[in-house]
Design a protein around this ligand. Structure first.
Ligand SMILES: Cc1ncc(COP(=O)(O)O)c(C=O)c1O
Length: 399
């Protein structure tokens, strides 16, 4: 059992965020007395239906789209699957070529692999050493058969932010539908679909101080999708199943709150991130993964050569510092993170990578605590390590 009195520094906000108390307040009535089914004709059903309508209006207002374009789902994973499987399967008469990147979340990569088995031609674009997609490469890859491009807005592991406006402009010129997974982006970046020109966007509650187990898919009007779940026909026939009213209400409230505080959070968090990164890089044989500035304000992903990331995580855990290696969803695997490998770095950089993801409650004192505790832990691990490479040696070795 963890020592409850121990200082706890939560730097794993990319894995999930704490539920905002105002969000919990908004949700509680729908978990207690307002338990009607929105499909029921009576007053309690109408009350539940009104709650969903109001949440949909709020979300649509923030994304600058119409209410009919918002589909509530059960997670970010489900929204990604609905966008990708749903669009490709429904529109396969238009072409069978689909494009994504090597740094996507598995919620995107796996539907692409699934579609490959169904006969689609799949291109997985490489990214540069900084994690950025080369727009010219993307342009060359699009052909007459291409129907869909899916590129993550802000990466969950290395925090790299793509030039989404340029990508969507290119897709529009080429008459290709563009989906982006924006789960990590909503706290800090614009999600205005008109400004960005996006056709399909995935968001989830778990990363925006909302409840887990809820997501949305924005679907531009006129785009046709094939459902992946069939039944009662809820959510415009695209996501059958009785709606999770409390989660939907909570999602809308959470999105409203993060939008309200976005500018302030960007400023504050960027400063803390830069302070953290600058000091982490003072540790020998340490590199920053991903672009130094085109990255999320809350992401610091580093590789500390000659240690195992998992071992360091365990030692940090004992000091009450909670971070991550690889993505939370895949961190039980022994494979190095596919995202770090996609940057063209040797595997040892993947094995020694640690992601710190800051949140709205992170303070300078928290960061100072990490900066005090971390270097001796790294030293301890390196003392017993059989590896003693410099970054240069590791980068130039033959793989
Ligand atoms: C970028 C990205 N996409 C999708 C997901 C999956 O979201 P969910 O856990 O809501 O299914 C996550 C969460 O880890 C994520 O970071």
């Amino acid at each position: 059992m963890p020592n409850v009195k121990m200082r706890q520094i939560y730097l794993d906000n990319a894995a999930t965020t704490k539920l905002d108390p105002t969000v919990l307040e908004a949700m509680l009535p729908y978990l207690r007395e307002k338990y009607g089914n929105p499909s029921s004709m009576h007053n309690m059903g109408i009350e539940a239906k009104n709650a969903i309508d109001s949440a949909r209006r709020k979300v649509a207002g923030i994304l600058n789209c119409s209410e009919k374009e918002i589909i509530f789902t059960g997670s970010g994973t489900e929204s990604d699957n609905l966008a990708i499987l749903g669009y490709a399967r429904k529109n396969k008469d238009k072409g069978n070529h689909i494009i994504t990147t090597s740094i996507e979340h598995h919620a995107v990569l796996d539907p692409f692999h699934r579609l490959e088995k169904e006969g689609f031609e799949v291109t997985i674009l490489d990214v540069g050493k900084d994690g950025l997609v080369d727009i010219n490469e993307l342009k060359k890859t699009i052909n007459d058969k291409t129907i869909l491009v899916s590129i993550i807005y802000a990466n969950n592991e290395i925090g790299v932010v793509q030039d989404i406006k340029e990508i969507s402009k290119l897709c529009k010129e080429k008459n290709v539908i563009f989906h982006t997974d924006a789960c990590q982006a909503a706290n800090y970046l614009s999600i205005d679909v008109e400004e960005l020109g996006i056709d399909l966007i995935t968001l989830n509650g778990s990363k925006i101080y909302g409840p887990k187990g809820v997501g949305i898919l924005y679907k531009r009007e006129g785009i046709m999708l094939e459902p992946i779940v069939y039944g009662g026909g809820q959510e415009f026939g695209l996501r059958s199943g009785t709606e999770n009213i409390a989660n939907i209400v909570g999602f809308a409230k959470a999105l409203e709150e993060v939008t309200k505080h976005k500018d302030k959070e960007v400023k504050k968090t960027t400063q803390l991130r830069d302070y953290l990164i600058a000091n982490l890089l003072k540790i020998d044989e340490t590199i920053l993964n991903g672009h130094p500035t085109k990255r999320l304000p809350n992401n610091a992903n580093i590789s500390l050569l000659n240690i195992e990331g998992e071992s360091l995580l365990l030692l940090m855990n004992e000091e009450g510092i909670y971070a991550s290696t690889g993505s939370a969803c895949t961190s039980d695997s022994l494979e190095p993170s596919h995202v770090i490998v996609a940057l063209g770095l040797p595997h040892e950089f993947g094995h020694s990578s640690i992601r710190f993801s800051l949140g709205k409650d992170t303070t300078k004192q928290d960061i100072d605590y990490v900066l005090e505790k971390l270097p001796p832990l790294v030293k301890r691990l390196r003392k017993v390590s059989v590896l003693h490479k410099t970054v240069e040696e590791a980068l130039t070795q033959k793989v």
